[in-house]
Structures are given as structure tokens and as C-alpha cells.
Write a protein that binds this ligand. Structure first.
Ligand code: NAG
Length: 167
């Protein structure tokens, strides 16, 4: 084995270890125009109906979807519904084409893995939230007929402290 080869192998395994471990989570497709393949999260144990989001962490969400046409620009927005009230959640990167593992323009019929972190602040209330994640192509917002929600998923999360999930 050449030195170069062993080094490449070492690098590859390091990259693999650094990658987050994603798990598919339960979600609802809210009439997305594009096909939703899967919704995943890291730091989300499988034996829950919701994702425990630890205060002070940045869990990563990954949405796999397949556009049915080309997309030039893509805006992400998140709303959190708690105690019957829907509030906007501040995404650090609202441009879905940037720092999100997808590069625009998107091609039709290819699977993309949009991936984004959410910052769970220490002062968030410890409540269950319904998370509504939208990714919108602004180019057709003015048209009447088309479904304007290209990617729309809903999943449950719960803001917790580390002590809450220790037992
Ligand atoms: C980024 O996208 C590629 C496919 O384009 C996928 O194989 C990979 O798992 C994605 N990475 C993350 C961190 O989601």
C-alpha cells in the first residue's frame, strides 16, 4: 500500500466520522409541489414521535426531495407552532441555495439533500413545537394555478434540557 493510498483512506474515514448521523423522522408532507423523499435529523433518537432538541445545540435537519422542474432560486423559512400560535423561526441562512448542501440551479428529477442547522437557544421554553419547514421558489409566486409550496414539511419537536432525556 502506498503512503498516498493509506493517507487517502485515513482522510476518508475522518470525513465519515465527522459526518452527522442522520435518522429519518416522522413528518407530514404539506402538499409540496415537489416529491419529498425523506426528512432526517441528527441528534434525534429513533424511539420518539418527536425530535428532542437540546437547548444550546444546533441540530441539523436534512430534507431529501426531487424537483419536477429547474429551480434557479430557493428561499427557506420555518414556522414554529406552539400552544396554538404560529411564530416565525429565525433561520440563520434563509437562502436555501447557500450553505445548505444544494447548489442552484437545481435540475429536474434529481434527488437533493437540503441540510440546515437550527440554533436552539438556551432561553427557549421547554415545550413541544410543530415545525413547519418551507422551501419556496419565488419565481412562480405571482401565478395563480400552481402549487406555490415547492417543499413543505411538518414535524414535531420538543425543546429539552440534557437532564430531561438522561432517563
Ligand atoms: C449532500 O448532498 C449529497 C448529494 O447531492 C448527499 O449524498 C450528501 O449526503 C449530502 N450531505 C449532507 C450533509 O446532507
Amino acid at each position: 500500500m502506498t503512503l498516498f493510498y493509506s493517507l487517502s483512506l485515513l482522510l476518508l474515514s475522518l470525513v465519515a466520522m465527522a459526518g452527522a448521523e442522520y435518522r429519518s423522522i416522522k413528518y407530514k408532507d404539506c402538499k409540496s409541489a415537489f416529491e419529498i423523499i425523506d426528512v432526517q435529523a441528527d441528534q434525534c433518537p429513533g424511539d420518539h414521535n418527536y425530535c428532542p432538541f437540546l437547548r444550546g445545540t444546533r441540530p441539523r435537519i436534512r430534507i431529501a426531495f426531487k424537483p419536477n422542474r429547474e429551480v434557479k432560486s430557493f428561499d427557506a423559512s420555518v414556522r414554529a407552532r406552539l400552544a396554538g400560535v404560529s411564530v416565525p423561526f429565525n433561520l440563520e441562512e434563509p437562502n436555501a441555495c447557500q450553505n445548505s448542501n444544494i447548489t442552484c440551479p437545481l435540475q429536474a428529477d434529481q434527488i437533493y439533500y437540503y441540510s440546515q442547522t437550527v440554533h436552539i437557544l438556551e432561553n427557549y421554553p421547554k415545550v413541544s413545537v410543530q415545525v413547519n419547514w418551507l422551501i419556496n421558489d419565488p419565481s412562480n409566486d405571482e401565478t395563480e394555478a400552481e402549487n406555490k409550496r415547492e417543499v413543505c414539511v411538518i414535524f414535531m419537536a420538543k425543546v429539552v434540557d440534557p437532564a430531561d432525556i438522561a432517563n
